[in-house]
Design a protein around this ligand. Sequence first.
Ligand SMILES: O=C(CO)COP(=O)(O)O
Length: 256
Amino acid sequence: MTKSIRPLLAGNWKMNGTRASLDQIKAIADGVKAPLSEKIDTLLCPPATLLYVATALCDDSPLAIGAQDCHQQVSGAHTGDISAEMVADCFGTHVIVGHSERRRNHAESDMLVRAKAQAAHDAELVAIVCIGETADERNSGQTLDVLKRQLVGSIPDGSTAQTTVIAYEPVWAIGTGVVPTQEDVEEAHAFIRAELIQRFGKEGAHMRILYGGSVSGSNAGDLLGVAHVNGVLVGGQSLKATDFLAIYAAFERQFA
Ligand SMILES: O=C(CO)COP(=O)(O)O
C-alpha cells in the first residue's frame, strides 16, 4: 500500500530568515532524531542566502536542506537567478519548483516549471513540484481539471519516485489558516495518485504526494491519516523550531 511510502516532512521558509535564524535551523537539525528519523525524511528549504551555511549546520543531522526555486538553465546571463547546480554545489539535495507564489508572482507556466524540474533532475536534485487550484478555480468546479493540467504540464518525462515529489497546495489554503476537509484532501490526493500511476506506472505509485497549506502541529496528525498523503510541505509553521518540531511529533505519533 502507499502508506509504505517513506514520509517526508518539508519546510519552506519562503522569503524569511537571516543569519539570526540560524539558531532555529540548528535547533530543528538537533530535534530531528532517531528513532523516527530512520523512518521519515525531513527537509528544510531556507532562502538561498542561507543554503551553504545551513547545510554545514546540518552536517551531523538527518535534516536535508533544499532550495525554493532554480533556473531552468545551468549557467549564463540570468541576473538574480540560481541554478540547480549551484544548489547542489551548496550540498542542497532538493529544490521546490512551481510554487504557487512563483507561478503567480513570476508568471511561471507549467512548461517553465517542467524545465526547472528537469534542471533539478539533471543536477541530481529531487524536484518538489507544486500544484494546486485557486479559490476561483475551486468554486467553479475546476479543481481536478487544474490539477490534471498542472501534473501533465509540470512533471518531466522520465520522472521517478526517487527524483520527484508532488506537493498539492491549494492556493486558498496557503497562509490563511484554512485547511480543506479531509474528504477534499483525499479526493485531490487520490486523483493525483491515479494520474501519476497512469503516466509513470510503478514509479507513479511510489512518488510522494505532500499536502501543503496551513499545516501545523495541531492538524498534521489528521492530514497524515488521509490516504495518499505521504507528508507535508509547511510554510509559516516551519520557521520556528518549536513549531516545526511539533509537526515532527505528529509524525512520531503516526509513524514511530
Ligand atoms: O506554501 C506553503 C508551503 O510551500 C504553505 O504555507 P503555509 O504553511 O504558511 O500555509
